[in-house]
Design a protein around this ligand. Structure first.
Ligand code: MTE
Length: 315
């Protein structure tokens, strides 16, 4: 295990569905190859990819104290506007070819690079983390992501002293993602974090989910998971990480600055202009549960915002 138990981790006994799923893997002696070969019905990728040899990653077990969302719910109810404006974009997203996949690190860095995601995976250590995932639309899930800390990628890039932000850009290809032809949207999808946020221990780059390679609808082959922020901050299918001194305008901020700001930290007390954020619908259960400040990760992240109280931190 990469880390000792952290405050955001859940005791193994609390993660019943996950424990069962890990136990099943152990009993069946599955290596990643077996999973990749589609024993659970998943289609094999276009070519052998590094990720297939790395899964399942060691679980950083114990995590958030909530019951996992069923896999078919988390992978069947998605926001991925490039492929449509409904939650049912799984089939459409299969058109995205995710291998080979190249990532560029550029901007204010010592080591600009363009590398295949497979090569990136050789430079990091994968682990599994269960995170709460709270969408600005007032629904939530509890998801086991496999990935590595965003801080590891920041370290690889080596930001220069002037760099203050890391800007993440999703793929751009209207020939596979027809909604990218919608002219009223500022494609490609762009999100950003301050470097302090990006190097917080919770900021995670996920390449798998439920012990399997990331499905296209959830942002294959690599997407962000920043669980203390509304889900729209977690850009999917990222192709570029650019380090900048200036704060960029992000995708949703450009579309609706009064509704979707740069910071977008979860706060039950700050309503969206059109709905309350006080509670959330837990997908798969239909239970309404109270929303928590920073989505329950206050201990880990509140310190990031000291001195920034005048900013619109929760919008
Ligand atoms: N990334 C891209 N490129 N395009 C999107 O439309 N939607 C965001 C985020 N990342 C989105 C995106 C929103 S609004 C949410 S809630 C999450 O992805 C949804 O992630 P999930 O489908 O894995 O639950």
């Amino acid at each position: 295990m990469r880390f000792g138990r952290r405050s955001w981790e859940l005791r193994e006994a609390e993660a019943t569905p996950e424990a069962l799923f890990l136990e099943r893997r152990k009993l069946l002696g599955f290596g990643a190859g077996a999973l990749a070969a589609g024993l659970f019905g998943r289609a094999a990728p276009a070519r052998a990819a590094e990720i297939d040899g790395l899964l399942p990653a060691k679980a950083n077990t114990a995590f958030v104290g909530d019951t996992l969302t069923a896999e078919n719910a988390a992978t069947g109810y998605n926001n991925f506007y490039e492929f449509g404006f409904s939650k049912g974009i799984q089939a459409a997203s299969k058109k995205l070819k995710t291998a080979p996949w190249t990532i560029t690190l550029d901007g204010l860095v010592d080591t600009p690079a363009t590398l295949d995601v497979d090569d990136l995976l050789k430079k990091v250590m994968l682990e599994e983390r269960v995170y709460r995932h709270r969408c600005v639309e007032a629904w939530s899930m509890v998801v086991p992501w496999t990935g590595f800390p965003l801080a590891d990628l920041v370290k690889l890039a080596g930001p220069k002293a002037e760099a203050k932000y890391v800007v993440m850009q999703s793929f751009m290809d209207p020939s596979v993602a027809p909604y990218q032809s919608a002219p009223q949207y500022p494609w490609p999808y762009v999100e950003a974090l301050t470097l302090a946020e990006a190097t917080n221990e919770l900021a995670f780059l996920a390449v798998g989910v439920y012990g399997k390679p990331m499905p296209t609808q959830n942002g294959a082959p690599i997407r962000l998971a920043v669980p203390w922020k509304y889900g729209f901050k977690s850009a999917k299918s990222i192709v570029r990480f650019t380090f900048t001194a200036k704060r960029p305008t992000t995708f949703w901020e450009a579309l609706g600055p009064d509704e979707y700001g740069f910071w977008a930290n979860v706060n039950p007390k700050v309503a969206h202009p059109r709905w309350s954020q006080a509670s959330e619908r837990r997908i798969g259960t239909e239970n309404m549960i109270p929303t928590r400040l920073y989505n329950g990760y206050e201990a880990e992240v509140a310190g990031l915002y000291k001195g920034l109280e005048k900013e619109r931190l929760f919008m």
